[in-house]
Design a protein around this ligand. Structure first.
Ligand code: F6R
Length: 609
């Protein structure tokens, strides 16, 4: 986890680093630290807590200098405290790290025998000590030698006491981006962190080293300099700010019409009557997709819920066998050969380690791998056979919202694409569905303020409840899971999503007059069945909170609370029903005074197992 920044250029390094770290705080916020070279020596300030705490400390000790590194930490080895905070300094080496070194204990023992003393509990101090141990003046040779002994994942930024003109970065299995400015250079864990300074980036690939000296940089792999293309992004830096909302999460919920619209724009041409779905097919022969026999959808958390939703679409419209799997489980399966399988990996960050490793495994088993990611140039985007992007823009709130609906949009388009090439839908039918999808941003736009008002009011009634149930059938089952996940992760209220029909096999025992039960009851295929579930809740005095279509009045007196959402075609209902659930979770957490954007124990991008 963790976020890292490096800077070398004409500006005051401390200002650039603190400012950029704030945009990385979603990656971890247990402690923060900074190291600045002032031309003579390196000064380090670090402390437990958030970047604002670090800033306070810096005010007491201004740090002049044009070279520096900074870190915001999500603890893996060692408690969040001042000593374990990064940067770590051993001898002449100062370093920040994101990742986990699996053999650090063995290395620590070896170095301790050599007389080296350790002060922290971190694996990072061990990396620093190892590099310093080998360091005789040539940092590149030293780094290559030390890295050869490290097992695990690491992205590092490093400076040395000797030079105020040298910044070095390296990555393996954790993200690191080089930002190319005008006479200044940056390192960062992701691109949005640097948007106010540059839009020109080079994402490092695994086992690549970058050496920045003055205004020049060179990227090396296995000791040789390589050429890499600069990626220019057009993300608006303002969109990475809160834009008048109290929290990023609320802003991002309201951004969904824009995010979905940007994602689907240009993916189909009515003129050509054809799809333009894949942005990078890395020379992969797309005609092979006509012959796939099976789809596997793999992801974590909210992205997994998007996969689960799309399973219903792929099956019913593209008429293809589908398996969905949580990435951390998929990784450890004893898979057979996946020839003829399209394995789809969905990830907002494109860096989630379980999803990435699952993809690598599927590739080995000969699946065609497709990445659906939000972060351009992320590892999953680079390593998948084919890639398509959601254009949600930077998602800063730890709880995923706009990335989810954008993922749904891509997955629905992919369903239509496969339906077309497999001839399970006619071109006219495909176009009718696509037209319906195009209406979604406007429909959400028109509905979202009403939903916000309703959920804000409703939230007042549930601030001191301990537990919630969320029920849905068919397409509403993954949405029930997603509603429950949103509530538990930001409000710390226990919440369980359940297939409504499964309730009588256990969870019904929980229902009494202290149990709020959110029931998603759109009209359509399973409506009558869901009505029976509403009766089951009501007859046990559960506090039923029903969501149904605005054309349906039949349930008006069936719930303690009944809310209406816009009526749209059945397959697309997940886009609408998830909106009030995101808002309900937000308002409950906000009114409880919790840290909505950075809930405890969580981090935005889970790059450790
Ligand atoms: C929940 C949430 C997480 C992520 C999960 C996967 O709100 O944000 O459950 O969905 O960690 O992350 P990505 O999509 O980056 O792979």
């Amino acid at each position: 986890m963790c976020g890292i920044i490096g800077y070398l250029g004409p500006r005051k390094a401390v200002d650039v680093i603190i400012d950029s770290l704030k945009r990385l705080e979603y990656r971890g916020y247990d402690s923060a630290g900074i190291a600045i070279h002032n031309g003579k020596k390196i000064s380090i300030i670090k402390r437990k807590g958030k970047i604002s705490d670090l800033e306070e400390k810096i005010k007491e000790n201004p740090l002049p200098g044009n070279l520096g590194i900074g870190h915001t930490r999500w603890a893996t080895h060692g408690k969040p405290n001042d000593i374990n905070a990064h940067p770590h300094k051993v001898g002449r080496i100062v370093l920040v790290h994101n990742g986990i070194i699996e053999n650090y204990k063995r290395l620590k023992e070896k170095l301790t025998k050599e007389g080296i003393e350790f002060y922290s509990e971190t694996d990072t101090e061990v990396i620093t000590a190892l590099i310093n141990y080998y360091y005789k003046g040539n940092i590149i040779e030293t780094l290559m030698k030390a890295i050869g002994e490290l097992e695990g994942s690491l992205a590092i930024a490093l400076i040395t006491e000797e030079s105020d003109n040298l910044l070095v970065g390296y990555r393996k299995d954790s993200p690191l981006i080089l930002g190319v400015g005008d006479g200044e250079m940056f390192l960062a864990s992701d691109m949005p962190a640097l948007l106010p300074y540059t839009r020109r980036f080079i994402p490092l690939d695994d086992e690549e080293l970058v050496v920045i000296e003055g205004k020049d940089y060179r990227i090396m792999r296995e000791g040789k300099v390589i050429n890499k293309k600069i990626t220019v992004v057009n993300w608006d830096p303002i969109s990475a700010e809160k834009g008048g909302f109290k929290h990023f999460m609320l802003k991002e919920i309201f951004e969904q019409p824009r995010a979905i619209g940007d994602t689907i724009r240009g993916m189909y041409s009515f003129e050509d009557r054809d799809f333009y779905v894949f942005k990078d097919n890395n020379n992969f022969d797309l005609t092979k997709l006509s012959n796939i026999r099976k789809i596997m959808l793999v992801a974590c958390g909210t992205s997994y819920h998007a996969c689960l939703t799309s399973k219903y679409w792929f099956e019913s419209l593209a008429r293809i066998e589908v398996e969905t799997e949580i990435a951390s489980e998929f990784r450890y399966r004893d898979l057979l050969n996946l020839d003829g399988t399209l394995a789809i990996f969905v990830s907002q960050s494109g860096e989630t380690i379980d999803t990435l490793q699952a993809m690598r495994m599927a590739k080995k088993k000969r699946a065609i791998t497709l990445g659906i990611v939000n972060v351009i140039g992320s590892t999953i985007a680079r390593e998948a056979d084919i890639v398509t992007y959601t254009h949600a823009g930077p998602e800063i709130g730890v709880a995923s919202t706009k990335a989810f609906t954008s993922q749904l949009a891509v997955l629905f388009i992919l369903t239509l694409y496969l339906s077309k090439i497999r001839n399970t839908l006619t071109v006219n039918e495909v176009e009718t569905y696509y037209q319906e999808l195009l209406k979604i941003p406007r429909i959400i736009e028109n509905y979202i303020k009403q939903a916000n008002r309703e959920m804000e009011k409703l939230s007042n009634n549930f601030l001191d409840y301990q537990s919630f149930l969320y029920l849905g059938r068919n397409l509403m089952y993954p949405i029930a899971l997603e509603g429950a996940l949103k509530l538990k992760e930001i409000s710390y209220i226990h919440a369980e999503g359940y297939p409504a029909g499964e309730m009588k096999h256990g969870p019904i025992a929980l229902i009494d007059n202290r149990m709020p039960v959110v029931i998603l009851a759109p009209t359509g295929k399973v409506y009558e069945k869901t009505k029976s579930n509403i009766e089951e809740v009501n007859s046990r005095d559960g506090i039923s909170i029903i969501f149904t279509d605005d054309t349906n009045n039949e349930l008006d007196d069936k719930g303690v609370y009944v809310f209406k959402v816009p009526t749209i075609v059945e397959p697309l209902k997940p886009f609408i029903y998830v909106i009030p659930l995101q808002l309900l979770a937000y308002h409950i957490a906000n009114k409880k005074g919790l840290d909505v954007d950075q809930p405890r124990n969580l981090a935005k991008s889970v790059t450790v197992e």
